[in-house]
Design a protein around this ligand. Sequence first.
Ligand SMILES: Nc1ncnc2c1ncn2[C@@H]1O[C@H](COP(=O)(O)OP(=O)(O)O)[C@@H](O)[C@H]1O
Ligand SMILES: C[C@@](O)(CCOP(=O)(O)O)CC(=O)O
Ligand SMILES: [Mg+2]
Length: 424
Amino acid sequence: MVSVPFLTSAPGKVIIFGEHSAVYHKPAIAAALSLRTYLLASRDNDNTDTLFLEFPDIQFSYKWATSDLPWHLFDEHSRERQPPADEELNPELVDALNSLLSKIDSRIQYSAAFMFLYLLVSLCEEKDVAGLTFTVRSTLPVGAGLGSSASVSVCFASAFCYLGGHIQEPTLKADDVTVKDSEQCLLIDAWALMGEKCSHGNPSGIDNAVATHGGAVMFQRMESSVPSIRTSMRNLPPLNLLLTNTKTPRSTAALVANVSKIVTEFPKPSGLILETMEAIAREAYTLMLRPFLDKQSKDRLMELIRLNHGLLVSLGVSHPNLERVKLWSDELQIGQTKLTGAGGGGCAITLIDDDAATPEKLQQLEEKYNQAGFETFKTTLGGKGVGLLTEITTITSEKLCRLHNRNEIEAAVGCSALPQWRYW
Ligand SMILES: Nc1ncnc2c1ncn2[C@@H]1O[C@H](COP(=O)(O)OP(=O)(O)O)[C@@H](O)[C@H]1O
Ligand SMILES: C[C@@](O)(CCOP(=O)(O)O)CC(=O)O
Ligand SMILES: [Mg+2]
């Protein structure tokens, strides 16, 4: 029997090349971010026939009588298995959850609660979770292209696999190096992909793969139930990336659906666009295998960023605010900019040209962004994947809900630097 409280945690990601084309089985390159989601499972009251959710980042607090959940749809055997990559959501569970959640009218809250319940009922029995409170806090912006949905999904999948007894406590410390994926990570990743399917119908799997395994990868979704190819890129060259959040809201589900419409209605031109994206990701991969980039390779990588953005624009997933981010960095000749993630708003990345971008120019750019209400981040790439913290004495759900910002959250959970964090 697992003892609570415990925390699970998983990183967000930045897609450097290949968003959207990744859905269509083309290779893409992404890296884990130092921004992360944390999920606390705790027993905060004596009420054992109720399940409590606290998701303050999306202003959502909810509870269910545990007996109202459709536990009967699964048995021990179905809870232990690893779903294949092409498994569809279980229609009976989807129906049962739709009726249970019918009173929630915010799309953001609905999809978070749906993903939570889908994974919970798929992986746990009633006795494993009765009376528990689940609290989510994230230092990632929600719905901005940095993979918050996947990091939440990995936190749920790992916590429920652990509570359901399908995985054991991890043993790896933050600086332990491994060469082989653990069985436990593969199980978490497979269920987190089901969580991403709850969030948007047709995920490539790149976001949950990075959130589970951490680091940087070249990722390619395969046809049917064949597992995706995930090639880890251990020695990513140092890249000076500026991340800018336009704060323009958008939903991955809607953008992926729009691209699907273009792919269906214009198969020839969209096929060529996707093939070109593949060529870009493959060349970028070859360049990024080098631990250091010479001037020529760096210039080429910047050109590839420019080309990739242009193709995403042609698929209709940019936004005037993303174009502003690009225009202003182009005007100051600071580097090359592309949208990242699903687009339609959210974040852009600028690969800074270290020779051209003086501190004055960078400051000018940041001021321009700030005036427009955009937020810039500096974060490190390639951090740890899914982790667990069990020795919790000071963190309660109430405390976690009251924290105001990224610094306070990281201080409370010890970020991933706390030596007690272990990784699967
Ligand atoms: N901190 C959080 N708390 C609860 N739900 C979250 C949180 N962060 C993300 N989510 C869920 O993920 C969804 C955002 O996913 P998505 O549109 O794919 O954007 P992205 O993954 O780029 O951030 C939200 O609508 C919400 O359902
Ligand atoms: C557009 C896509 O390539 C990435 C979506 O990422 P995000 O949810 O916007 O962080 C979709 C996918 O690969 O599943
Ligand atoms: Mg997402």
